[in-house]
Each structure stands twice: as C-alpha cells, then as structure tokens.
Design a protein around this ligand. Structure first.
Ligand code: ZN
Length: 334
C-alpha cells in the first residue's frame, strides 16, 4: 500500500482509537435507522473526502407539531459521507430550548447531537455519521427541549469509499500494555461534550507533513483483517517536528502513556475533540487553554509505533470522524 511508517496499534488500542465503543454516542430509535454492527464492504475505489464549503438547502416543516417552531429555519447540506459530520444550523429558534430537557437536539441515523447556541444567535448541531452506516436516505429530525419533533427532512448518507490497507506488524511491540487509566482517559475525551465553543473553521493540520494513512481505511495486520478501521490520519513527520493544535481548545490530556506514547488530547468545545499520539515530548499541561496552531508537543515514535509519525484523531459528538473534512489543505504522500 506504499505505507512504510506509521503506528502499529494492538487490538486494545485500536478498539479505543478506532471508536469501537459506540455506546456513549446516544443512539436513539428512529424509523429507518441502522446500527453499527454491519460489516464494511471493501472497495478498491480511491476517494478521500477533502474539506469543502457547506452547501445549504432549506428544510421543510415536518408533519409533527410544527406550530411549536413557527418561523424556524433549518440549514444543512443535503448529503453527508460515511465518517463525516452533518452540520445543522437553526435560525429563529426562539423557544426551542425551553422545555423539560436542558436542550434541543437533532437526530440522524441513530445519532443524537445537542443544539448549541452560537454567538450570532443561531443554534448548531454536529451530527457525526459512522463509517459503518449504510448508505441511503435517512430522516434528519429536530427536537425541541421538550423532546417534541418540530422539523424533519431527508438526508442522503453517501458511501465514503474507504479502501483497505495492510500493515506489517512486528512481534516486538505487541506486548505493550496501557497504563492504568490510559484507555479510560482517551475514551472520556471522546465522550466529552462541553458547552463553550473554542473551535473555528478551518482547522489546521497538526504538522506540515503529508498524510500516509487516511481516515477510514479498513485495516489488515499481516494480511489478516482486524475487523476495524483507522480512526484518524497518520502524518509522515520526522522526529522532533512541532505539533500544532488543530483548533483552539482546552488541554484534557497531556501524558506520556505506555501504549499511546506521548499523548495530548484537546477539547474544542460543543462536542469536538482531538487527540495526538506517539509524541516524543509534550509542550502543554492539562487545564491549559491553547490557541489554534499553538505547539502542543513534538513528533516521536513513543508507544505502539514502528517509527516517527503523528497519529491525529478527531471526534465529533462521541464518534471518530474524518479530520480531512475540517482542514483546508490535505497533502497526501505519494
Ligand atoms: Zn494512525
């Protein structure tokens, strides 16, 4: 596959980094929704989604109690790919947040995302789509804080066309075990949904180097399927390269772990988080606020890695998502 240097992750780590633990992403029963237990269909087609402007289209009122949200305008793209995020914006949402729950929310394909107030007065929900979601048409539904559906429309989930990738795994690193609390800390970061928004688009790639393993590829180890996929991107960066925060946020993790190696985890607010692993050296401490582009550490090959590189993962509302949807430039290694 032309990939020579990137992290080789044992199953325990892959289960975590690759987002096998779906349970915290608040599945909700919806007509036509599928679950995540389906198998991926291998495809030889090369297609790596890149950042693009969000097309918008008006969403019609549903057949439900639309009077509860008169004048409400909902905007989103009409399509979203597996592994990407559907951004849903609501205007004139007065009263939507008042109810028996703490917040209004949106649902798509069994996922639920809170609607957060934005500085311009609009509401925004980030709905992640699993790599495992079956392509097709699904209802996007908006619920007020009383749990009453006020709008619905159809969204088409498209095939992400993720390839397969074989990784040669040596026996030498296979015995690495996580430190106590290591896996739990990263799981907690993934599940974090905090109210203050720090992030702004576009995000920046954490290093200036090219990507040699994209998000979403189905991973094989020594020719045997792992049954899982790559839940971030690998950047072919030399040891010592400064690693930049992809967006502004708060440092939740800054620890030299055993399995992940030097790790920084950032909470960017309103359901967006990012993780950076295998660092040689950390440059931030937990609780610190960082700016977009600020150096948070340096590239290394610590933990379960076969050589210097950076694994960069992005989470949205509890699911690993394709970071390349959020950055303007996505250099790929030849
Ligand atoms: Zn990786």
């Amino acid at each position: 596959m032309g990939v020579k240097r990137y992290g080789l992750l044992p199953m325990a780590l892959m289960m975590l980094l690759m987002g096998t633990l779906w349970a915290k992403s608040q599945p909700v029963p919806l007509p036509g929704a599928s679950n995540d237990s389906g198998e991926l269909t291998p495809t030889a087609t090369q297609a790596h989604p890149s950042a693009r402007p969000w097309a918008t289209h008006p969403v019609a009122s549903g057949a439900g109690p639309a009077n509860a949200a008169q004048g409400l305008q909902v905007k989103s793209a009409s399509t979203v790919k597996q592994g990407e995020v559907l951004k849903v914006t609501l205007q004139h949402a007065t009263g939507l947040q008042l109810g028996t729950n703490d917040y209004a929310y949106a649902t798509l394909a069994g996922r639920k995302a809170r609607l957060f107030s934005q500085p311009d007065g609009q509401l925004l929900a980030l709905l992640p789509v699993s790599v495992y979601e079956k392509p097709g048409v699904y209802p996007l539904s908006i619920y007020n804080a009383a749990g009453v559906p006020v709008k619905t429309t159809d969204i088409t989930i498209q095939d992400g066309r993720y390839k397969t990738q074989n990784v040669s795994v040596s026996k030498g690193t296979a015995g690495l075990q996580p430190l106590p609390g290591e896996l739990e800390a990263i799981q907690a970061l993934k599940d974090t949904v905090s109210p203050v928004r720090y992030w702004e688009e576009p995000f920046v790639s954490p290093t200036v180097d090219c990507q040699n393993s994209p998000f979403g590829v189905k991973r094989y180890h020594n020719g045997v399927s792992t049954g899982d996929y790559h839940k971030g991107v690998d950047l072919r960066s030399p040891a010592g390269r400064p690693i930049r925060a992809t967006a502004a946020g708060v440092v939740k993790i800054a620890t030299m772990y055993r399995l992940h190696g030097g790790t920084v985890g950032l909470d960017h607010g309103q359901g967006i988080g990012s993780v950076y692993i295998h660092m040689s050296k950390l440059a931030v401490k937990p609780g610190e606020t960082v700016k977009k582009g600020q150096t948070i550490g340096y590239v290394g090959s610590t933990g379960f890695a076969s050589g210097p590189h950076l694994h960069w993962g992005l989470y949205a509302s509890g699911l690993p998502v394709n970071p390349n949807q959020w950055v303007a430039n996505v250099p790929r290694c030849n």
